[in-house]
Write a protein that binds this ligand. Sequence first.
Ligand SMILES: *Cc1c(COP(=O)(O)O)cnc(C)c1O
Length: 485
Amino acid sequence: MTTKHEQPTVFELSSTGRAGFRFPQPDVPSAELDPALERSDLPMPELSELDVVRHFTLLSELNYAVDLGFYPLGSCTMKYNPKICERTARMPGFSQLHPAQPIETLQGALLLVYEMQDILQKVSGFTAGSLTPAAGAQGEFCGVKMIAAYHADRKNDRRKVMLIPDSAHGTNPASSVMSGFTVKPVPTDARGNIDLDGLRALCNEDLAGIMITNPNTLGLFDENIDQVTGLIHQAGGLVYGDGANMNALLGVVKPAELGFDVLHFNLHKTFATPHGGGGPGAGAVVCTDTLAPFLPGPLAAVLEPATEELPPLYGWKMPEKSIGRVGAFSGHFAVIVRAYTYCLMQGADGMRRIAEHAALNANYLMHALKNAYPLPYDRTCMHEFVLDAKWEDAPGVRALDVAKRLMDYKFHPPTNYFPLIVHEALMIEPTETESKQTLDAFIEAMLAIAREAHEQPELLHGAPFTTPFGRMDEVKAAKDLKLTA
Ligand SMILES: *Cc1c(COP(=O)(O)O)cnc(C)c1O
């Protein structure tokens, strides 16, 4: 690793006697502290307010962020997060609630959760839903657990195989295995669809279901989706939809109408919530009437209908055969507030515009780049597309080199080495919130890097040169993890 940046720690900056805050004189009698709680061996840095503000502001400048520039991270949907969503999430009426308060004092929050369940059902075409899962992966875990519970409820204990296309996100096999399924991969055909012959060969009495991402992680809408869901249902299985990235379908296609039985949304991707650094998120699950009794709880529900004098009373309800709770209380409420704000800002027309612009922006980039970078699946894409950064006349250059070099051009690198079926994958998702000027600047940088790959490949191997830290030894970072100073 090349290091050009040395930021002292707060302990190195510490200066004895310095303080940023002084406690006022107490206006109550002092009390003795339990000596067992006293510690003299706990080092605390001593800093002024200015020291602290500068330290953390400098640290924040080392990070790249969607508030600083374009973030074309495929499959992870890093779009502009409207600041009004932050304002609403911080409103005291939302942020100062405690989930254990009596429900009579939580009616506004419960109404919001209830309406968000309803919005997600309308958008997806399903009739039931739960907002409790804390992330996409947890939503998947719930969905496949619901499929397991459905088969168990029908006393069918043979169905233990979950099919997963080889283009799938890594969380899909992980959720299936955690739920007790055996995973079998389904091949992808030359056009990037699920291979129907390969699928037929796997449909039998052991089949529990399939997990499908559509558009898939190549950014392609499966052209045979009706046949795929039909084959699974004929064989007695159920269809799970990985709806982590629904940007391309909103207001245009309802997954329930494609034959899906259960689907999760990533509110933190599709509906604008900042989610760098691993969270927090919300992996809402929606499903058909058949699977509704198995949903994780609690769900927001009308406990007492409205009367002439009174509005309805909202509260929490556990579905009758629920797979249970997947966290304390009722999910990441502040994420739900942000997503709800975003949905209300859009309205039904706006939802459709999200999908149109997400697909338009991705196709615009794809067409501008496909003569400079190999494009393994060359057809109209949805919200993202995958290039293969591998040139016969520049054999030493890899996707990682292109990704690192982009940092010198002040762009966040796209997702790379995923999906696994494209070896030097660069997975690019511009999102619907970027302007043509930003996309054009990105195209210019990508074309310049493709030229460098041929003319100065050694330059790419050394990149990035302009960031506070140079190229990391990623193997060492993973194998020799040090999380403390
Ligand atoms: C992001 C993503 C997930 C996992 O979501 P998390 O919230 O990160 O757990 C699952 N599937 C796909 C296709 C994704 O893009």
